[in-house]
Ligand binder design. Structure first.
Ligand SMILES: C[S@@+](CC[C@H](N)C(=O)[O-])C[C@H]1O[C@@H](n2cnc3c(N)ncnc32)[C@H](O)[C@@H]1O
Length: 419
């Protein structure tokens, strides 16, 4: 890092301005190129474009074949993100063909109050993949604290310019031109560039190598939010692709929606978060429903949260039966609220508890649900693969125990018959 400070000093005679001066950028890049070795250029197809922060430089790494730019540190790029060098990103090859539509089952149209949106052009069955979209830009969620905002914006511009289409697809997502200018400036927040606004209002947080990234997926970015969505997102660390899955049967002509907010939030919390993080007032089906429907939904969501806490506490106290009956009630409410797909990580608790109290049938049912969370959506990542191996072991053990139990019961019945 002292080396990086030297580089900064050397280039200080080109003060950053807005737009960042070309000379400064050139100076920094020429000095950085040797300093990031042994990171060879592969899998990147252009030299990284960097800014200098206290801890480590921050760079744009681009792979033109995949039309992907990643904004992160050289360390991250050379370790957790080196997957591009040995994986081909070919989504259809890892889905069962009957699960994926070969031509998109939707079209992008104007939706009143929401800009554009995706509407089904045919009936879509629950459990089908509606769209598989590879990332265009992945940006480490945390900006380095000690760099200027303009420098980060410069990285964003470079990341988009370097895409295969020169950034046309991403720039088309801009809210500019959709609204009148005053309204737009107000929505966008002061000092925010158009590109920053476009990335912030169209990206989804994804996990990559244990870190959070903002992921921009050009086709996914056309799907609007709904607090009771009929579809949901799933990101694969292995392929860097985002998939939209149908959570329900969707009729032709119906808008396809996903949730941008965390599960279980009540109306006020959701609307505040959507305004603060995404910059819009939610016009979804639930938010525009009559007051009594909203209140009922809020009560359900509050109860879900209480139950979630109670299940864990009861289990810790050893009150397994009570914990399980609350868990069953919780999953019932989760279903009513259409939150099933966002609560997948909750299945593990009842799976363990049912095993503990000797209800093998239920233990198996929930363990299979945990497994589906990992392998139901295409190739699992490295962590997923390890967990799958463990789960397969558990499933095998439960099935064996179930078989023995049935055999014993059978014998007991026979013995009873004899006496
Ligand atoms: C990821 S984009 C979705 C596509 C966008 N409607 C478009 O025209 O490109 C997110 C933006 O869509 C709009 N939007 C999405 N869901 C909405 C909702 N439930 N109510 C109102 N506006 C919404 C907001 O302007 C938000 O910033």
């Amino acid at each position: 890092s002292s080396q990086h400070q030297d580089i900064r000093k050397t280039c200080a005679r080109y003060p950053p301005s807005r737009p960042v001066s070309a000379n400064l950028t050139k100076c920094l890049d020429s000095l950085l190129a040797p300093s990031i070795s042994p990171l060879s250029l592969a899998p990147w197809t252009q030299p990284p474009h960097c800014i200098y922060a206290e801890e480590s430089p921050y760079c744009v790494f681009t792979n033109a074949h995949h039309s992907l730019s990643i904004i992160t540190t050289p360390d991250e790029a050379s370790t957790s993100l080196n997957l591009l060098s040995h994986h081909s990103v070919d989504p259809p090859s890892f889905f069962a063909p009957q699960k994926l539509y070969l031509s998109p089952p939707y079209k992008v149209v104007d939706v009143p109050g929401k800009g554009k949106g995706a509407v089904a052009t045919q009936r879509i069955q629950k459990g089908m993949a509606i769209l598989v979209d590879t990332a265009s830009v992945l940006a480490a969620a945390e900006y380095p604290a000690d760099v200027m905002r303009e420098e980060v914006q410069d990285l964003m511009e470079a990341a988009v310019d370097r895409l295969a289409d020169g950034g046309i697809g991403v720039r088309a997502l801009s809210r500019m031109g959709r609204r009148d200018e005053e309204e737009e400036e107000e929505e966008r927040g002061e000092g925010m560039s158009e590109m920053e606004d476009t990335l912030l209002t169209n990206s989804f947080v994804v996990g990559l190598g244990g870190k959070e990234y903002m992921g921009l997926f050009v086709d996914v970015a056309r799907f609007n939010h709904d607090c009771r969505p009929n579809a949901f997102l799933h990101f694969s660390e292995t392929t860097l692709a985002m998939t939209i899955w149908a959570a329900k049967d969707i009729e032709e002509g119906e808008e396809i929606t996903i949730s941008y907010s965390a599960a279980g939030m009540v109306t006020e919390e959701r609307q505040k978060t959507l305004e603060k993080v995404w910059g819009f007032k939610c016009q979804c089906s639930l938010c525009s429903a009559p007051a009594e429907i909203l209140t009922a939904s809020d009560n359900n969501r509050k109860e879900i949260r209480q139950l979630q806490k109670a299940v864990v506490e009861l289990a810790q106290k050893g009150e397994y039966d009570e914990a399980l009956s609350r868990a069953e009630r919780m999953f019932e409410l989760v279903e009513t609220e259409g939150l099933t797909e966002q609560m997948g990580d909750m299945y593990e608790v009842p799976a363990r508890l049912y095993y503990h109290v000797g209800n093998l049938e239920k233990a198996l049912e929930y363990t299979l649900k945990v497994k589906r969370e990992i392998d139901g959506y295409g190739l699992p990542g490295e962590f997923g693969a390890e967990k799958l191996k463990m789960l397969d072991g558990v499933i095998e053990r439960i099935e064996k125990e179930l078989k023995n139990k049935k055999k014993n019961e059978e014998e007991e019945r026979k013995n009873r018959g004899r006496t």
